[in-house]
Design a protein around this ligand. Structure first.
Ligand code: DON
Length: 547
Protein backbone atom coordinates (compact mmCIF):
# COMPACT_ATOMS: atom_id res chain seq x y z
CA UNK A 1 0.00 0.00 0.00
CA UNK A 2 1.26 3.50 -1.00
CA UNK A 3 3.06 4.66 2.11
CA UNK A 4 4.22 1.53 3.74
CA UNK A 5 4.20 -2.04 2.57
CA UNK A 6 4.06 -3.10 6.22
CA UNK A 7 0.46 -1.85 6.54
CA UNK A 8 -1.93 -4.64 5.67
CA UNK A 9 -5.45 -3.28 5.08
CA UNK A 10 -6.95 -6.77 5.42
CA UNK A 11 -5.30 -7.61 8.71
CA UNK A 12 -4.67 -4.95 11.31
CA UNK A 13 -5.30 -4.51 14.99
CA UNK A 14 -6.34 -1.77 17.37
CA UNK A 15 -3.78 -0.37 19.84
CA UNK A 16 -5.30 1.67 22.65
CA UNK A 17 -2.22 3.11 24.29
CA UNK A 18 1.51 3.23 23.74
CA UNK A 19 4.57 5.35 24.40
CA UNK A 20 6.59 6.50 21.36
CA UNK A 21 9.92 8.27 21.04
CA UNK A 22 9.69 10.09 17.72
CA UNK A 23 6.15 10.54 16.47
CA UNK A 24 2.58 9.61 17.32
CA UNK A 25 -0.84 9.70 15.66
CA UNK A 26 -4.11 8.95 17.45
CA UNK A 27 -7.26 8.73 15.36
CA UNK A 28 -10.58 6.93 15.08
CA UNK A 29 -9.21 4.11 12.90
CA UNK A 30 -6.04 2.00 13.12
CA UNK A 31 -5.31 2.22 9.36
CA UNK A 32 -5.55 6.02 9.42
CA UNK A 33 -3.21 6.28 12.41
CA UNK A 34 -0.75 3.86 10.78
CA UNK A 35 -0.74 5.76 7.48
CA UNK A 36 -0.07 9.06 9.32
CA UNK A 37 2.77 7.54 11.33
CA UNK A 38 4.26 5.98 8.16
CA UNK A 39 4.41 9.45 6.55
CA UNK A 40 6.43 10.74 9.47
CA UNK A 41 8.70 7.71 9.32
CA UNK A 42 9.53 8.48 5.71
CA UNK A 43 10.58 12.04 6.48
CA UNK A 44 7.29 13.90 6.77
CA UNK A 45 6.25 15.99 9.75
CA UNK A 46 3.02 16.24 11.77
CA UNK A 47 1.37 18.24 8.95
CA UNK A 48 2.13 15.50 6.42
CA UNK A 49 0.63 13.05 8.89
CA UNK A 50 -2.49 15.20 9.28
CA UNK A 51 -3.12 15.32 5.52
CA UNK A 52 -2.55 11.58 5.00
CA UNK A 53 -4.56 10.62 8.09
CA UNK A 54 -7.54 12.81 7.22
CA UNK A 55 -7.59 11.48 3.63
CA UNK A 56 -7.37 7.89 4.90
CA UNK A 57 -10.20 8.49 7.36
CA UNK A 58 -12.32 9.68 4.41
CA UNK A 59 -11.99 6.12 3.10
CA UNK A 60 -11.85 3.86 6.16
CA UNK A 61 -14.17 5.82 8.45
CA UNK A 62 -16.92 7.06 6.15
CA UNK A 63 -19.27 7.92 9.04
CA UNK A 64 -17.19 10.97 9.91
CA UNK A 65 -13.85 11.01 8.09
CA UNK A 66 -14.78 12.90 4.98
CA UNK A 67 -14.26 14.83 1.79
CA UNK A 68 -17.78 16.25 1.91
CA UNK A 69 -17.61 17.89 5.35
CA UNK A 70 -15.41 20.38 7.12
CA UNK A 71 -13.25 20.90 10.17
CA UNK A 72 -10.75 22.88 12.16
CA UNK A 73 -7.00 22.49 12.52
CA UNK A 74 -5.02 23.95 15.37
CA UNK A 75 -1.28 23.48 15.36
CA UNK A 76 2.06 24.51 16.74
CA UNK A 77 5.04 24.41 14.43
CA UNK A 78 8.41 23.23 15.74
CA UNK A 79 9.56 26.89 15.71
CA UNK A 80 6.76 27.80 18.12
CA UNK A 81 4.40 29.48 15.63
CA UNK A 82 0.72 28.79 16.37
CA UNK A 83 -1.72 28.23 13.57
CA UNK A 84 -5.45 27.72 13.12
CA UNK A 85 -7.11 26.82 9.86
CA UNK A 86 -10.88 27.07 9.55
CA UNK A 87 -12.31 24.80 6.89
CA UNK A 88 -15.82 24.75 8.26
CA UNK A 89 -18.63 24.34 5.70
CA UNK A 90 -20.49 27.45 4.56
CA UNK A 91 -24.17 27.95 3.81
CA UNK A 92 -24.83 27.83 0.05
CA UNK A 93 -25.36 31.16 -1.74
CA UNK A 94 -29.06 30.40 -2.14
CA UNK A 95 -29.57 29.62 1.57
CA UNK A 96 -31.83 31.90 3.54
CA UNK A 97 -32.67 32.52 7.14
CA UNK A 98 -36.06 30.78 7.14
CA UNK A 99 -35.30 28.02 4.64
CA UNK A 100 -36.23 25.25 7.09
CA UNK A 101 -39.57 26.77 8.20
CA UNK A 102 -42.85 25.55 6.72
CA UNK A 103 -45.60 27.98 5.71
CA UNK A 104 -46.83 28.15 9.30
CA UNK A 105 -43.36 28.97 10.59
CA UNK A 106 -42.68 25.53 12.06
CA UNK A 107 -39.10 24.27 12.02
CA UNK A 108 -38.59 21.24 9.77
CA UNK A 109 -35.58 19.56 11.33
CA UNK A 110 -35.99 16.57 8.99
CA UNK A 111 -34.77 18.88 6.20
CA UNK A 112 -31.87 20.41 8.13
CA UNK A 113 -30.68 16.99 9.33
CA UNK A 114 -30.98 14.65 6.35
CA UNK A 115 -30.84 14.67 2.60
CA UNK A 116 -29.61 17.17 0.04
CA UNK A 117 -30.95 20.37 1.60
CA UNK A 118 -29.04 19.75 4.84
CA UNK A 119 -25.62 20.11 3.19
CA UNK A 120 -23.34 23.09 3.48
CA UNK A 121 -20.52 23.75 1.00
CA UNK A 122 -17.76 21.26 1.92
CA UNK A 123 -14.49 22.65 3.29
CA UNK A 124 -12.27 19.62 3.91
CA UNK A 125 -10.34 19.56 0.63
CA UNK A 126 -9.62 23.31 0.88
CA UNK A 127 -8.44 22.66 4.46
CA UNK A 128 -5.99 19.99 3.29
CA UNK A 129 -4.49 22.32 0.70
CA UNK A 130 -4.29 25.17 3.23
CA UNK A 131 -2.26 22.78 5.42
CA UNK A 132 0.02 21.56 2.60
CA UNK A 133 2.52 24.49 2.73
CA UNK A 134 3.52 23.30 6.24
CA UNK A 135 4.10 19.71 5.10
CA UNK A 136 7.29 18.34 3.58
CA UNK A 137 6.30 15.45 1.33
CA UNK A 138 4.72 15.60 -2.13
CA UNK A 139 0.90 15.61 -1.99
CA UNK A 140 0.88 12.64 -4.37
CA UNK A 141 2.64 10.56 -1.71
CA UNK A 142 0.25 11.73 1.02
CA UNK A 143 -2.91 10.83 -0.89
CA UNK A 144 -1.79 7.49 -2.37
CA UNK A 145 -2.66 5.27 0.64
CA UNK A 146 -6.22 6.65 0.60
CA UNK A 147 -6.50 5.95 -3.13
CA UNK A 148 -5.23 2.38 -2.66
CA UNK A 149 -7.58 1.72 0.26
CA UNK A 150 -10.55 2.97 -1.75
CA UNK A 151 -9.57 1.13 -4.92
CA UNK A 152 -8.53 -2.24 -3.52
CA UNK A 153 -10.57 -2.18 -0.33
CA UNK A 154 -9.93 -2.83 3.33
CA UNK A 155 -11.43 -5.03 5.99
CA UNK A 156 -14.18 -3.39 8.03
CA UNK A 157 -14.47 -3.66 11.81
CA UNK A 158 -17.49 -4.98 13.75
CA UNK A 159 -18.63 -1.48 14.64
CA UNK A 160 -18.39 -0.27 11.04
CA UNK A 161 -20.41 -3.32 9.92
CA UNK A 162 -23.12 -2.61 12.46
CA UNK A 163 -23.36 1.06 11.53
CA UNK A 164 -23.65 0.26 7.82
CA UNK A 165 -26.44 -2.16 8.70
CA UNK A 166 -28.17 0.33 11.00
CA UNK A 167 -28.18 3.08 8.37
CA UNK A 168 -29.10 0.87 5.39
CA UNK A 169 -32.66 2.20 5.09
CA UNK A 170 -31.51 5.80 5.18
CA UNK A 171 -28.83 5.15 2.55
CA UNK A 172 -31.52 3.75 0.28
CA UNK A 173 -33.94 6.56 1.08
CA UNK A 174 -31.56 9.45 0.38
CA UNK A 175 -29.75 8.09 -2.68
CA UNK A 176 -30.69 7.32 -6.25
CA UNK A 177 -27.41 5.73 -7.42
CA UNK A 178 -25.95 2.42 -6.20
CA UNK A 179 -23.74 2.84 -3.13
CA UNK A 180 -20.63 1.01 -1.96
CA UNK A 181 -22.14 0.94 1.56
CA UNK A 182 -25.28 -0.94 0.57
CA UNK A 183 -25.26 -4.60 -0.33
CA UNK A 184 -27.83 -7.34 -0.36
CA UNK A 185 -26.86 -9.29 2.75
CA UNK A 186 -25.92 -7.64 6.08
CA UNK A 187 -22.33 -6.47 6.60
CA UNK A 188 -20.18 -8.34 9.07
CA UNK A 189 -16.77 -7.77 10.62
CA UNK A 190 -14.04 -8.86 8.21
CA UNK A 191 -15.94 -7.99 5.01
CA UNK A 192 -14.01 -5.94 2.45
CA UNK A 193 -15.27 -2.49 1.46
CA UNK A 194 -14.20 -1.33 -2.00
CA UNK A 195 -15.03 2.26 -3.08
CA UNK A 196 -14.09 2.62 -6.77
CA UNK A 197 -15.86 5.94 -7.34
CA UNK A 198 -14.25 7.46 -4.27
CA UNK A 199 -10.86 6.27 -5.60
CA UNK A 200 -11.52 8.15 -8.86
CA UNK A 201 -12.46 11.32 -6.93
CA UNK A 202 -9.24 11.05 -4.91
CA UNK A 203 -7.25 10.63 -8.13
CA UNK A 204 -8.80 13.84 -9.52
CA UNK A 205 -7.68 15.62 -6.32
CA UNK A 206 -4.21 14.04 -6.64
CA UNK A 207 -3.88 15.20 -10.25
CA UNK A 208 -5.56 18.62 -10.10
CA UNK A 209 -5.22 19.73 -6.48
CA UNK A 210 -8.15 21.54 -4.84
CA UNK A 211 -9.57 22.16 -8.33
CA UNK A 212 -9.97 18.39 -8.65
CA UNK A 213 -12.75 18.78 -6.08
CA UNK A 214 -14.10 22.33 -6.33
CA UNK A 215 -14.13 22.50 -10.14
CA UNK A 216 -14.39 20.14 -13.10
CA UNK A 217 -15.88 16.65 -12.93
CA UNK A 218 -16.20 16.37 -9.12
CA UNK A 219 -17.93 19.75 -8.87
CA UNK A 220 -20.26 18.78 -11.73
CA UNK A 221 -21.14 15.53 -9.95
CA UNK A 222 -21.86 17.38 -6.69
CA UNK A 223 -24.14 19.85 -8.44
CA UNK A 224 -25.91 17.07 -10.38
CA UNK A 225 -26.52 15.29 -7.05
CA UNK A 226 -27.86 18.52 -5.56
CA UNK A 227 -30.27 18.90 -8.46
CA UNK A 228 -31.54 15.34 -7.98
CA UNK A 229 -32.55 16.11 -4.39
CA UNK A 230 -33.38 19.85 -4.37
CA UNK A 231 -30.13 20.76 -2.60
CA UNK A 232 -28.66 24.25 -2.95
CA UNK A 233 -24.88 23.85 -3.37
CA UNK A 234 -23.94 25.37 -6.76
CA UNK A 235 -20.84 25.48 -8.97
CA UNK A 236 -20.21 29.05 -7.80
CA UNK A 237 -20.46 28.04 -4.14
CA UNK A 238 -17.83 25.36 -4.74
CA UNK A 239 -15.50 27.59 -6.73
CA UNK A 240 -15.72 30.38 -4.16
CA UNK A 241 -15.16 28.23 -1.06
CA UNK A 242 -12.10 29.29 0.89
CA UNK A 243 -10.43 27.90 4.01
CA UNK A 244 -9.44 30.68 6.35
CA UNK A 245 -6.61 31.29 8.80
CA UNK A 246 -7.86 32.49 12.17
CA UNK A 247 -6.00 33.75 15.23
CA UNK A 248 -5.95 30.90 17.78
CA UNK A 249 -7.37 31.55 21.25
CA UNK A 250 -4.70 31.26 23.96
CA UNK A 251 -5.04 31.58 27.71
CA UNK A 252 -3.46 30.34 30.89
CA UNK A 253 -4.80 27.67 33.22
CA UNK A 254 -2.79 27.06 36.38
CA UNK A 255 0.54 27.67 34.64
CA UNK A 256 -0.32 25.84 31.40
CA UNK A 257 -0.93 27.65 28.11
CA UNK A 258 -4.07 26.36 26.45
CA UNK A 259 -4.47 27.01 22.71
CA UNK A 260 -7.85 26.32 21.15
CA UNK A 261 -10.17 27.18 18.30
CA UNK A 262 -11.88 30.59 18.02
CA UNK A 263 -15.27 31.28 16.37
CA UNK A 264 -16.89 29.98 14.21
CA UNK A 265 -16.32 27.31 16.82
CA UNK A 266 -17.80 27.96 20.22
CA UNK A 267 -15.37 25.35 21.59
CA UNK A 268 -12.36 27.51 22.42
CA UNK A 269 -14.43 30.21 24.14
CA UNK A 270 -16.42 27.65 26.14
CA UNK A 271 -13.22 25.90 27.21
CA UNK A 272 -11.64 29.20 28.26
CA UNK A 273 -14.76 30.26 30.17
CA UNK A 274 -15.09 26.92 31.97
CA UNK A 275 -11.43 26.61 32.95
CA UNK A 276 -11.27 30.24 34.07
CA UNK A 277 -14.46 29.86 36.12
CA UNK A 278 -13.12 26.84 38.03
CA UNK A 279 -9.54 27.94 38.43
CA UNK A 280 -10.33 29.95 41.57
CA UNK A 281 -11.51 26.78 43.35
CA UNK A 282 -9.21 24.07 44.77
CA UNK A 283 -10.92 21.21 42.86
CA UNK A 284 -8.00 18.90 43.53
CA UNK A 285 -8.81 18.97 47.23
CA UNK A 286 -12.52 18.33 46.51
CA UNK A 287 -11.59 14.98 44.88
CA UNK A 288 -12.14 13.48 41.42
CA UNK A 289 -15.87 13.21 40.60
CA UNK A 290 -16.87 13.99 44.18
CA UNK A 291 -20.30 15.66 44.40
CA UNK A 292 -18.58 18.98 45.16
CA UNK A 293 -16.33 18.83 42.08
CA UNK A 294 -19.05 17.65 39.69
CA UNK A 295 -21.47 20.30 40.95
CA UNK A 296 -18.94 23.07 40.42
CA UNK A 297 -18.03 21.82 36.95
CA UNK A 298 -21.72 21.43 36.05
CA UNK A 299 -22.48 25.00 37.08
CA UNK A 300 -19.64 26.44 35.00
CA UNK A 301 -20.76 24.32 32.05
CA UNK A 302 -24.32 25.66 32.44
CA UNK A 303 -23.16 29.29 32.42
CA UNK A 304 -20.80 28.89 29.46
CA UNK A 305 -23.44 27.15 27.32
CA UNK A 306 -26.02 29.86 28.08
CA UNK A 307 -23.58 32.34 26.54
CA UNK A 308 -23.03 30.06 23.54
CA UNK A 309 -26.71 30.26 22.65
CA UNK A 310 -26.82 34.05 22.74
CA UNK A 311 -23.51 35.43 21.61
CA UNK A 312 -21.72 33.02 19.30
CA UNK A 313 -21.77 32.69 15.52
CA UNK A 314 -19.54 33.14 12.47
CA UNK A 315 -17.29 36.15 13.25
CA UNK A 316 -17.36 37.16 9.57
CA UNK A 317 -21.08 37.87 10.01
CA UNK A 318 -21.57 38.56 13.69
CA UNK A 319 -19.44 40.37 16.22
CA UNK A 320 -18.68 37.76 18.87
CA UNK A 321 -17.65 39.56 22.07
CA UNK A 322 -14.75 37.20 22.73
CA UNK A 323 -12.77 39.53 24.99
CA UNK A 324 -15.68 40.22 27.31
CA UNK A 325 -16.93 36.65 27.42
CA UNK A 326 -13.50 35.42 28.51
CA UNK A 327 -12.54 38.27 30.85
CA UNK A 328 -11.90 37.47 34.52
CA UNK A 329 -14.29 40.19 35.65
CA UNK A 330 -17.18 38.95 33.56
CA UNK A 331 -16.60 35.32 34.57
CA UNK A 332 -16.34 36.18 38.28
CA UNK A 333 -19.72 37.91 37.89
CA UNK A 334 -21.20 34.82 36.22
CA UNK A 335 -20.33 32.73 39.30
CA UNK A 336 -21.82 35.18 41.82
CA UNK A 337 -25.07 33.24 42.08
CA UNK A 338 -23.35 29.85 42.38
CA UNK A 339 -24.45 28.13 45.59
CA UNK A 340 -22.41 25.07 46.64
CA UNK A 341 -24.71 22.17 47.48
CA UNK A 342 -27.73 23.58 45.61
CA UNK A 343 -28.62 23.03 41.95
CA UNK A 344 -28.74 26.13 39.76
CA UNK A 345 -31.69 26.51 37.38
CA UNK A 346 -31.33 27.21 33.69
CA UNK A 347 -34.49 29.31 33.56
CA UNK A 348 -32.91 31.60 36.16
CA UNK A 349 -29.44 31.63 34.61
CA UNK A 350 -29.65 33.27 31.22
CA UNK A 351 -26.76 34.46 29.07
CA UNK A 352 -24.61 37.07 30.78
CA UNK A 353 -25.28 40.74 30.21
CA UNK A 354 -22.46 42.39 28.34
CA UNK A 355 -21.99 45.84 27.02
CA UNK A 356 -20.47 45.01 23.63
CA UNK A 357 -22.90 44.73 21.17
CA UNK A 358 -23.13 11.91 17.45
CA UNK A 359 -20.47 11.96 14.46
CA UNK A 360 -17.31 13.74 14.14
CA UNK A 361 -13.75 12.61 14.42
CA UNK A 362 -10.59 13.91 15.96
CA UNK A 363 -6.92 13.39 15.10
CA UNK A 364 -4.07 14.17 17.51
CA UNK A 365 -0.51 14.21 16.18
CA UNK A 366 2.81 15.12 17.79
CA UNK A 367 6.45 14.61 16.91
CA UNK A 368 9.60 14.90 18.99
CA UNK A 369 10.69 18.03 17.06
CA UNK A 370 7.89 20.05 18.63
CA UNK A 371 5.24 19.96 15.90
CA UNK A 372 1.74 19.51 17.32
CA UNK A 373 -1.44 19.13 15.25
CA UNK A 374 -5.01 18.78 16.49
CA UNK A 375 -7.77 18.38 13.91
CA UNK A 376 -11.46 17.83 14.48
CA UNK A 377 -13.46 17.16 11.34
CA UNK A 378 -17.04 16.20 10.68
CA UNK A 379 -20.00 15.49 8.43
CA UNK A 380 -22.10 16.47 11.49
CA UNK A 381 -23.94 13.32 12.55
CA UNK A 382 -23.05 9.79 11.50
CA UNK A 383 -22.76 9.61 7.67
CA UNK A 384 -23.86 13.28 7.53
CA UNK A 385 -26.80 13.91 5.22
CA UNK A 386 -26.66 10.16 4.30
CA UNK A 387 -26.40 11.42 0.72
CA UNK A 388 -23.52 10.15 -1.39
CA UNK A 389 -22.55 12.22 -4.43
CA UNK A 390 -23.60 9.91 -7.26
CA UNK A 391 -20.57 8.87 -9.32
CA UNK A 392 -18.13 10.47 -6.86
CA UNK A 393 -18.54 8.07 -3.95
CA UNK A 394 -18.36 10.40 -0.94
CA UNK A 395 -20.94 11.48 1.61
CA UNK A 396 -22.14 15.05 2.00
CA UNK A 397 -22.49 16.75 5.36
CA UNK A 398 -25.70 17.80 7.11
CA UNK A 399 -23.97 20.71 8.78
CA UNK A 400 -26.80 23.21 8.05
CA UNK A 401 -28.47 21.84 11.22
CA UNK A 402 -25.71 23.51 13.27
CA UNK A 403 -27.27 26.86 12.42
CA UNK A 404 -30.10 28.05 14.60
CA UNK A 405 -32.85 27.28 12.08
CA UNK A 406 -35.40 29.10 14.24
CA UNK A 407 -34.69 30.99 17.48
CA UNK A 408 -35.13 28.65 20.44
CA UNK A 409 -35.59 25.47 18.37
CA UNK A 410 -32.95 22.94 19.47
CA UNK A 411 -30.66 21.39 16.85
CA UNK A 412 -29.91 17.67 16.92
CA UNK A 413 -27.59 18.15 19.92
CA UNK A 414 -30.20 20.14 21.82
CA UNK A 415 -28.30 23.41 21.26
CA UNK A 416 -30.42 26.52 20.87
CA UNK A 417 -29.44 29.86 19.38
CA UNK A 418 -30.73 33.05 17.85
CA UNK A 419 -29.62 35.90 15.64
CA UNK A 420 -25.86 35.33 16.11
CA UNK A 421 -26.15 31.90 14.49
CA UNK A 422 -29.03 32.50 12.05
CA UNK A 423 -28.63 31.23 8.47
CA UNK A 424 -27.19 33.60 5.84
CA UNK A 425 -25.60 32.89 2.45
CA UNK A 426 -21.88 31.97 2.73
CA UNK A 427 -22.03 32.11 6.54
CA UNK A 428 -20.35 29.37 8.60
CA UNK A 429 -22.57 27.55 11.09
CA UNK A 430 -21.54 27.66 14.75
CA UNK A 431 -19.56 24.61 15.87
CA UNK A 432 -18.58 23.01 19.17
CA UNK A 433 -15.44 21.37 17.84
CA UNK A 434 -12.50 22.02 20.14
CA UNK A 435 -9.15 20.83 18.80
CA UNK A 436 -6.77 21.93 21.56
CA UNK A 437 -3.07 22.14 22.46
CA UNK A 438 -1.59 22.53 25.92
CA UNK A 439 1.91 23.99 26.39
CA UNK A 440 3.99 23.89 29.55
CA UNK A 441 6.62 26.61 29.90
CA UNK A 442 6.15 27.28 26.19
CA UNK A 443 7.01 23.67 25.27
CA UNK A 444 4.69 21.01 23.78
CA UNK A 445 2.71 19.16 26.43
CA UNK A 446 -0.69 17.84 25.25
CA UNK A 447 -2.59 17.52 21.96
CA UNK A 448 -6.26 16.61 22.39
CA UNK A 449 -9.79 16.75 21.05
CA UNK A 450 -12.91 14.65 20.54
CA UNK A 451 -16.18 14.28 18.61
CA UNK A 452 -19.51 14.46 20.43
CA UNK A 453 -21.51 17.50 19.26
CA UNK A 454 -22.16 19.86 22.14
CA UNK A 455 -20.41 17.51 24.57
CA UNK A 456 -17.06 18.27 22.86
CA UNK A 457 -16.06 21.33 24.91
CA UNK A 458 -17.03 19.65 28.20
CA UNK A 459 -15.06 16.50 27.33
CA UNK A 460 -11.97 18.56 26.48
CA UNK A 461 -12.51 20.60 29.67
CA UNK A 462 -12.76 17.47 31.82
CA UNK A 463 -9.79 15.78 30.16
CA UNK A 464 -7.58 18.81 30.88
CA UNK A 465 -8.81 19.00 34.50
CA UNK A 466 -8.18 15.24 34.87
CA UNK A 467 -4.55 15.69 33.84
CA UNK A 468 -3.75 19.08 35.39
CA UNK A 469 -5.73 18.92 38.63
CA UNK A 470 -6.18 15.20 39.25
CA UNK A 471 -2.73 14.20 37.92
CA UNK A 472 -4.08 11.37 35.76
CA UNK A 473 -2.15 9.72 32.97
CA UNK A 474 -3.46 10.10 29.41
CA UNK A 475 -5.30 6.77 29.41
CA UNK A 476 -7.29 7.50 32.60
CA UNK A 477 -7.92 11.10 31.59
CA UNK A 478 -9.56 9.84 28.39
CA UNK A 479 -11.38 6.78 29.66
CA UNK A 480 -12.77 7.76 33.08
CA UNK A 481 -16.52 8.38 32.77
CA UNK A 482 -17.57 11.85 31.67
CA UNK A 483 -20.58 14.02 32.45
CA UNK A 484 -22.14 16.94 30.61
CA UNK A 485 -24.42 19.91 31.18
CA UNK A 486 -25.27 22.32 28.36
CA UNK A 487 -27.67 24.80 30.01
CA UNK A 488 -30.65 23.49 28.04
CA UNK A 489 -32.02 20.92 28.62
CA UNK A 490 -31.46 21.53 32.34
CA UNK A 491 -30.00 18.14 33.26
CA UNK A 492 -26.66 16.43 33.79
CA UNK A 493 -25.84 13.62 31.38
CA UNK A 494 -23.64 10.94 32.92
CA UNK A 495 -21.90 8.00 31.31
CA UNK A 496 -22.61 4.42 32.37
CA UNK A 497 -19.77 4.07 34.85
CA UNK A 498 -20.21 7.47 36.49
CA UNK A 499 -20.03 6.97 40.32
CA UNK A 500 -23.49 6.20 41.65
CA UNK A 501 -22.99 7.87 45.04
CA UNK A 502 -22.06 11.13 43.31
CA UNK A 503 -25.14 10.93 41.09
CA UNK A 504 -27.33 10.37 44.18
CA UNK A 505 -25.74 13.29 46.03
CA UNK A 506 -26.32 15.53 43.00
CA UNK A 507 -29.97 14.47 42.82
CA UNK A 508 -30.32 15.47 46.47
CA UNK A 509 -28.98 18.93 45.60
CA UNK A 510 -31.78 19.21 43.02
CA UNK A 511 -30.12 18.08 39.79
CA UNK A 512 -31.83 15.91 37.20
CA UNK A 513 -29.52 13.11 36.05
CA UNK A 514 -29.88 11.46 32.65
CA UNK A 515 -27.81 8.43 31.63
CA UNK A 516 -25.98 8.36 28.33
CA UNK A 517 -24.01 5.47 26.83
CA UNK A 518 -20.93 7.31 25.58
CA UNK A 519 -19.66 10.84 25.82
CA UNK A 520 -16.97 11.61 23.26
CA UNK A 521 -14.03 9.70 21.82
CA UNK A 522 -11.09 11.69 23.06
CA UNK A 523 -7.61 11.27 21.57
CA UNK A 524 -4.68 12.43 23.70
CA UNK A 525 -0.93 12.64 23.18
CA UNK A 526 1.14 13.98 26.06
CA UNK A 527 4.85 14.73 26.03
CA UNK A 528 6.18 13.28 29.25
CA UNK A 529 9.91 12.94 29.96
CA UNK A 530 10.61 13.41 26.26
CA UNK A 531 8.35 10.52 25.32
CA UNK A 532 4.96 10.67 23.57
CA UNK A 533 2.39 9.09 25.89
CA UNK A 534 -0.49 8.28 23.53
CA UNK A 535 -4.05 7.23 24.39
CA UNK A 536 -6.91 6.33 22.06
CA UNK A 537 -10.42 6.36 23.46
CA UNK A 538 -11.79 2.93 24.38
CA UNK A 539 -15.31 3.94 23.36
CA UNK A 540 -14.60 3.10 19.67
CA UNK A 541 -12.11 1.54 17.22
CA UNK A 542 -9.73 4.43 17.95
CA UNK A 543 -6.10 3.46 17.76
CA UNK A 544 -2.60 4.84 18.27
CA UNK A 545 0.37 4.43 15.94
CA UNK A 546 3.90 5.79 16.05
CA UNK A 547 7.54 4.94 16.41
O1 DON B 1 -19.55 21.23 14.61
C1 DON B 1 -20.20 20.71 15.50
O2 DON B 1 -20.24 21.13 16.64
C2 DON B 1 -20.97 19.44 15.20
N1 DON B 1 -21.32 19.40 13.82
C3 DON B 1 -20.15 18.27 15.62
C4 DON B 1 -20.87 16.97 15.46
C5 DON B 1 -20.33 15.86 16.25
O3 DON B 1 -19.40 16.00 17.00
C6 DON B 1 -21.02 14.57 16.14
N2 DON B 1 -20.32 13.55 16.86
N3 DON B 1 -20.61 12.75 17.58
Amino acid sequence: MGADKAINPYRYSITKDAVFTNASVVSAHPLASMVGAAMMKQGGNAFDAMIATQLTLAVVYPGAGNLGGGGFLIARKADGELLSIDYREKAPGKASRDMYLDKDGNAQTNLSQNGHLSSGVPGTVAGLFATLPYAKLDFKILIQPAIDLAEFGYTITASEASSFNADREDFIKYNTKPLAFVKQEPWKAGDTLVQKELAETLKRIRDNGAKGFYEGETADLIVAEMQRGKGLVSLDDLKNYDAKKRAPLSFNYKGYDIVSFPPPSSGGILLEQMLKMIRRYPVESYGFQSPKTVQLMTEVERRAYADRAEFMGDPDFWKVPVKTLTSDNYLAGRMKDYVPGKAGKSDAIKAGIIKESEETTHISIMDSKGNMVAVTTTLNNHYGSKTVVGGAGFLLNDEMDDFSIKPGVPNMYGAVGGEANAIAPAKRMLSSMTPTLVLKAGKPYIVLGTPGGTTIPTSVFQTIVNIVDFKMNADDAVNKPKFHHQWLPDQIYTEDKFPEETAKALEKMGYKIEGRVNIGRTEVIRMLNNKLESAADKRGDDSVAGF
